[in-house]
Design a protein around this ligand. Structure first.
Ligand code: BG6
Length: 435
């Protein structure tokens, strides 16, 4: 792209364009061109109405025993949330919090210091309202705790889902939406495909296997889902079709093939739709926690956490990754604690749709019991390098399903520090953020 910008020889501009009123929908004719000003909230709402049964979601939201809080963290979701959740679906006024978009997402004065990130660490207001602390442990609250909570990030493509004193990890949220896709009108004809990014937990794979749905493991980055959504279309007419399709990432992005981006509002409505239908079926209010408990009893639980080490020395982080990559395959059969390594490699993706190969997509240590330790360098960090360490431990349905995820993966973190020598490379022995 940079190369092409160097080749620009001319650009055109128009003098004397009138100032158009962008505050209301209208169509303007300017010489031989037409400019249409449209309300993007209405546009999105129209599309979402094709995906969901709004009447049934409204019945849930207006139940006297159901309360909802949707925190837009001063990002762009605010006007959409108020229009859809409060006006269209009948949630009580004030259910949508921090709903006035601000250019600095609230800045240093906000509880989240302008860091509009929907996770346990940054979405502090919502997390406290839902009766949790940043470790996801229950805390007491002086006010009644809402039945359902959600947060959006600054550009509203990501989401966090909670119920009263309960946090659902994005990996679990994805698996549970796919498991219950038949309750969502968008998937009435059945799902043909689903996908997760490589570091996202394998909870999705268990559902896909049980239901016979094609499941893909792609590198981190939403673009990799795009080709799967295009399979069988005019772009790849000879390829098998994987749509209708649901996909998601551990980094709080969830979506489907109604648009090509992750869609925070879609994920919130998908959950509300599932709860609405299950509540109708059960004749009593069903919560996110109820759905999760049922799910784990069927599939087992993929305990999961991500440790971020932010702002580390880039060269050192790269050396550490290289050291681990160089050992690819050499640690198979080695035992750490009571766990034996089954696969140690560097993840590579062969795109089944366009045939492209993406190498060097993260270092993986996969153990015989299904536990995983994954290392990646963030592609979005701003200062130095961010090392992301993803930890996953599988517990079958017969095991203890009610433990705290951060406690369960802690022994894996100790093994990860050993495997990576992270402390000697980066000087860090504690992550900056755990989600
Ligand atoms: O490389 P990082 O920092 O882990 O960020 C990954 C994220 O990067 C974003 O740009 C993509 O839109 C996401 O899909 C992806 O999850």
């Amino acid at each position: 792209m940079l190369e092409w910008t160097g080749k620009i020889k001319e650009y055109k501009s128009v003098d004397g364009l009138p100032t158009l009123d962008l505050t209301k929908p209208a169509i303007y004719k300017l010489a031989d061109k037409v400019v249409e000003v449209f309300d993007c909230v209405e546009d999105h709402l129209k599309l979402l109405k094709q995906c969901f049964d709004f009447a049934s979601i409204k019945r849930l939201i207006t139940r006297p025993d159901f309360t909802i809080v949707y925190d837009s963290m001063s990002g762009v979701q605010g006007p959409y949330a108020k229009r859809i959740i409060e006006e269209e679906l009948g949630a009580a006024p004030g259910s949508c919090t921090n709903a006035a978009p601000k250019p600095d997402f609230g800045g240093p004065e906000s509880a989240w210091h302008g860091h509009a990130d929907p996770n346990l660490t940054y979405a502090v207001e919502l997390v406290a309202t839902m009766g949790l602390n940043k470790e996801g442990q229950k805390i007491s609250s002086s006010k009644p705790i809402p039945s359902f909570g959600a947060a959006a990030d600054g550009d509203a493509d990501r989401n966090m889902i909670l119920s009263s004193q309960f946090f659902i990890s994005p990996s679990d949220s994805l698996a549970m939406i796919v498991d219950n896709a038949d309750l969502i009108p968008q998937f009435r004809a059945g799902l043909k495909g689903c996908a997760r990014s490589m570091p996202t937990s394998g909870a999705l794979d268990l559902v896909a296997k049980a239901k016979g749905i094609e499941c893909f493991e792609v590198p981190t980055g939403w673009k990799f889902f795009g080709n799967l959504m295009d399979s069988g279309t005019q772009y790849f007419p000879d390829k098998q079709t994987y749509t209708p399709f649901i996909c998601g990432e551990e980094s709080f992005g969830t979506g489907a093939d109604h648009v090509r981006e992750k869609d925070g509002m879609w994920a919130v409505l998908a959950w509300l739709q599932i709860l609405a239908k299950k509540t109708e079926q059960a004749g009593k209010l069903v919560s996110v926690e109820d759905v999760a408990n049922e799910h784990w009893k069927t599939y087992g639980r993929n305990y999961y956490a991500r440790y971020d080490y932010e702002g580390v020395d880039k060269a050192k982080a790269e050396q550490m990754m290289k050291m681990m990559s160089d050992k690819s395959g050499q640690l198979v059969g080695k035992t750490f604690g009571n766990m034996k390594i089954k696969i140690n490699d560097v993840f590579e993706y062969n795109d089944p749709v366009d045939g492209s190969v993406s190498k060097n997509q993260g270092v993986r240590f996969i153990f015989e019991d299904g536990s995983r330790i994954i290392f990646r360098l963030s592609g979005t960090g701003v200062a130095g390098a961010t090392v992301r360490l993803y930890l996953e431990k599988y517990t079958p349905p017969t095991g203890n399903l009610g433990m705290h995820q951060f406690d369960v993966v802690k022994p894996l973190a100790d093994v990860a520090l050993q495997l990576s020598s992270l402390k000697s490379y980066t000087g860090r022995d504690k992550p900056t953020v755990i989600t």
